[in-house]
Design a protein around this ligand. Structure first.
Ligand code: SF4
Ligand code: SF4
Ligand code: SF4
Length: 241
């Protein structure tokens, strides 16, 4: 059984107010990033080393009707994180998992890793490289707040009930309950990769309609694990030689 904490993000309730995105910036004391109009309200256009939470916008056609979809993206805090599997081959302390919450935490030691190897290991394309320090950066589940009995800043600020956080069992139960409620009217609704991640996204249409990396590509986790095993074996052989 997987213990620790989880998020439940009910995308059927998101109104793209971006309160969570701003709250993350404020709590993490991150600078704003200058951007220009690029044909979308999504701003900034992508995650970066000072943007750990991003509302992604997409305009799609569902049953003949134009619809906006909003995806509050962040690190999924994978149960068996592929980014950590990749990092562990070089330094087991560079990426660590918090034993109480299950949060996947990046340390300053990520500076010494090959950043693209770590980024490529992530099935959701989350880690970003800090342009000045070279360290890898992403959401840390606001463990400093959680350890002190507070909600993550993005959850605390959300006005619609989209963002939820708590014990993993409770979040899984809440997510399954909400899925059962909306399934009759939205038959494509699904929870994305729920057994593998601590951020449970509820989509009302296929995840790829929100964003190409919302869902891990089929087989990517297995392929990633297999290639890591091969590399691990090669590294061990090198060390023995
Ligand atoms: Fe690591 Fe990516 Fe999983 Fe986050 S989503 S824990 S960066 S593999
Ligand atoms: Fe940002 Fe904290 Fe929310 Fe992560 S949990 S996205 S660090 S506010
Ligand atoms: Fe959506 Fe809540 Fe974030 Fe607003 S604060 S953009 S409703 S998840």
């Amino acid at each position: 059984m997987t213990t620790g904490k989880s998020f439940f993000i009910d995308q059927t309730r998101c109104i793209a107010c971006r309160g969570c995105q701003v709250a993350c910036k404020q709590w993490k004391n991150q600078k704003v990033v200058a951007t220009s109009q690029h044909g979308s309200y999504q701003n900034p256009p992508d995650l970066d080393a000072s943007t750990f939470k991003l509302i992604r916008f997409s305009e799609v056609r569902v049953e003949g009707m134009l619809k906006w979809l909003f995806f509050p993206e962040q690190c999924r805090h994978c149960v068996d994180p592929p980014c950590k599997m990749a990092a562990d081959m070089y330094d087991r302390e560079a990426i660590v998992v918090d034993k109480n919450t299950g949060a996947v935490l990046y340390t300053e030691r990520t500076k010494a890793l090959d950043p693209w190897e770590i980024r490529n290991a992530c099935p959701y394309d989350i880690p970003r490289i800090h342009p000045e320090t070279g360290a890898l950066a992403k959401c840390n589940m606001c463990v400093d707040r959680v350890e002190n009995g507070l909600l993550p800043a993005c959850v605390k600020t959300c006005p619609t009930g989209t963002m939820n956080f708590g014990d993993r069992d409770a979040m899984l139960a809440l997510a399954e309950k909400r899925l059962a409620e909306i399934k009759p009217s939205r038959p494509q609704a699904q929870l994305v990769d729920a057994p593998h991640v601590r951020v449970l996204f509820l989509c009302e249409v296929h995840p790829s309609m929100y964003y190409s990396h919302l869902m891990a590509e089929p087989g990517l986790r297995r392929a990633g694990a297999a290639s890591l095993s091969r590399r691990d074996a090669l590294r061990k052989l090198t060390l023995m030689a």
